[in-house]
Design a binder for this molecule. Structure first.
Ligand SMILES: [Fe+2]
Length: 254
């Protein structure tokens, strides 16, 4: 859960013209997307589990800074395949009427390895989730953290962000159930860079005034950070005409 946010930032995010319009039209958007999901559709062509480029060598940086930003996260071929087969809008839930701090559409949830969506119609995203869930990947995460704690992805989701989408700077709350959390924000595709297009930044405080790190390249790049760090994370409203597609993988101790 997001904690320590500034009320003024949340308020201004919820009142952004595009966000306000989408909040007001939530019911109709939701109904329409639900109806589209129910229509007959062809299943996607099968896609292999993507290959990632090794990242365990960033251990020292993760320990010293609490986060690491990696470019070329997936192999070029697999990153392109995912971009071409990104899920249709209908599989994302529109931002809710009362949403004020996480103003992106989200969907394709997978809790403890159980997908809550039709995997046959979303083969590429399911293949990516299987990569996160694989023993080989979780072994690499263990090598990255080198703290003797094995982690698994207890929660996976995808997001679509557009003009006005933002994330109010916050920290993640500590959790009784999920310990030693590490989050991966995988930037699949964007038509912009940095804060103009939703580059989730690491911040010193709960405002956008003291950024520590703002990712520039939002195409096939990944930010991972210890969720229980003292640092804040967030991004200001996306500029007009820009978009971002991303996946989030939450890992915790097994
Ligand atoms: Fe968060």
């Amino acid at each position: 859960m997001a904690i320590d946010m500034q009320r003024s930032i949340r308020n201004s995010m919820s009142r952004h013209p595009n966000i306000l319009f989408r909040r007001k039209t939530y019911a109709i958007r939701r109904l329409l997307r639900y109806a589209l999901r129910k229509m007959p559709q062809t299943n996607g062509k099968s896609v292999g589990v993507p290959r990632w480029n090794d990242f365990a060598q960033f251990n020292t940086q993760l320990q010293s800074d609490g986060y690491v930003f990696v470019e070329n996260f997936l192999s070029t071929k697999d990153a392109e395949l995912l971009r071409q087969n990104w899920p249709k809008n209908r599989y994302f839930t529109p931002i809710a009427k009362n949403e004020d701090h996480k103003t992106s559409d989200k969907g394709l949830l997978c809790d403890s390895g159980e997908p809550s969506f039709d995997t046959k119609r979303n083969v590429a995203i399911w293949a990516l989730y299987q990569m996160f869930l694989s023993k080989k990947f979780t072994d690499e995460v263990s090598k990255l953290c080198r703290d003797g704690i094995d982690r698994y992805p207890y929660h996976l989701l995808s997001q679509n962000s557009y003009w006005g989408s933002g994330l109010a700077p916050h920290r993640d709350s500590e959790d009784e159930r999920f310990k030693s959390k590490l989050n991966f924000i995988y930037f699949v595709e964007s038509n912009g860079t940095g804060w103009e297009a939703g580059g989730t930044a690491m911040l010193k405080s709960n405002s956008f005034d003291e950024p520590i790190f703002i990712p520039t390249n939002l195409n096939n790049s990944c930010l991972f950070y210890y969720s229980e760090t003292e640092l804040f994370h967030g991004f200001p409203p996306i500029k007009f005409g820009k978009y971002r597609k991303n996946v989030i993988a939450h890992f915790c101790a097994t």
